[in-house]
Write a protein of this length. Structure first.
Length: 83
């Protein structure tokens, strides 16, 4: 794995928490931050895929607004149209 070093500014209190967590997990600061970023990126990518799938379904169903989605959800939950 190729690596690149860069500087990052963090609040002192966050650095303290990072260091405490790293110590508990027998890691160094870089390993902990690298893992945290990897998890963050995976979650963001996963949500991006979910939203893209939702957009495809919206298009297929002819839904054009969030208000229409809210109406569909309301009807499903209550078995009727909103007042």
């Amino acid at each position: 794995m190729q690596t690149q070093t860069f500087n990052i500014s963090l609040p002192k209190e966050l650095v303290k928490k990072v260091d405490e967590r790293a110590k508990k997990e027998y890691r160094n600061r870089s390993e902990l931050i690298r893992e945290a970023l990897r998890i963050y990126m995976e979650r963001k990518d996963s949500w991006d895929r979910i939203f893209k799938a939702g957009e495809r379904v919206m298009k297929k169903m002819g839904i054009k607004s969030e208000d229409q989605i809210n109406e569909i959800v309301y009807e499903f939950r209550h078995g009727r149209k909103p007042c």
